[in-house]
Design a protein around this ligand. Sequence first.
Ligand code: AMP
Length: 409
Amino acid sequence: MTFDDFDLDPDLMDGLDTMGYKTPTPIQQQAIPIILDNKDLIACAQTGTGKTAAYVLPLLDKILHTEQGAVNTLILAPTRELAQQIDQQVEGLAYYLGISSIPVYGGGDGNTWEQQKRALKQGVDILIATPGRLIAHLASGAIKLDGVKHLVLDEADRMLDMGFFEDIIKIVGYLPKDRQTVMFSATMPPKIRSLAKTILNEPEEVSIAISKPAEGILQQAYLVNDEHKVDLVKHILKHGNYSSIIIFASTKEHVKKLHKELKRGGMNVKAFHSDLEQVEREDILREFKSRQLPVIVGTDVLSRGIDVEGIDLVMNYDVPPDPEDYVHRIGRTARAASTGTAITFINGKDQRKFAQIEMLTTQEVTKLANPEGIPAGPEYHPVIRKKRSGGGHHKGQWKGHKHKGDKKH
Ligand code: AMP
């Protein structure tokens, strides 16, 4: 299948060319015809699968063929990073189309708010927003959404995890009933199903490989106690042949500590976490993208939405608390069919968490022998808690399997 099969506008095909997309990814193959056909859609797809273009492409084609003026398409996203990322893809694909878009997200100063307000007043075809900030603009009367024809919820599961359910329902209340609604989610827990029931109309459903890291990622792990993790990071950075590296840690404190240690060792590294101002975060990402900065140490704030080509190593300084976060973190490497390495440090305490990840992804990760001078942590003998009968799942556990076998929906 090629992009020609969708019969898209020639100017849009030129945009595809500019972006360098040659063949549609599986989610694009499945989702684009449904969206073009004006149907509601619920799609299970993670970042890294090409999900953004899967809805942006058909919607751009539609906008081209409708009268422009009011906000035509509203895209809701959980974080400002994702909102910016989506906006970049829209801008790239719409390069020859004369279709306008703006991202609207929280944070920033009074100026940002005013800029957003002015832009909204001027009118825009595609509005990409985080729910909280959009509600604020709606409340201030800066924007009307009664001309919206298409609503997209991107990373819907993340939005619900972040407590945006009420906000989403409120926003939907501002939209015309007669619209197309498209929902993308990396997982399909029951609360996503019930949101879908509330705001979608007889949706088609597509699903591609649930919670599986991309094929191109080489996954490895070391068994190591906390006190030796810094040395192991240094060893890998020194001896591995990596040039663009993200190291995730589960807490701000770990991020700050590791950042300090690596900096003290003379490394060009920056820390990325929620204490930073928006401009600082953007500066770091810009430096990283342009290859001036080889290493970022960050919390999971960094794991969604950052879309940088050519990251060749993702390290998990701690095992992420939720298996889905593992998939998201390591999805930062091997974007769209390139290759990359993901290395996870497992201490004794995290073994069970890691075993859950292996179970969710149905992939056993190679445990490497520690380099000389770095003592091995406890042997890998995870004790897995058995699935309890009568529901009551541990957060994040069995999600993938549950969905697959869930016949009720
Ligand atoms: P996403 O899953 O939307 O975060 O996209 C992951 C990455 O794949 C982004 O860097 C996109 O620019 C890229 N991408 C999306 N569709 C294609 C395609 N058909 N061919 C090549 N790269 C793509």
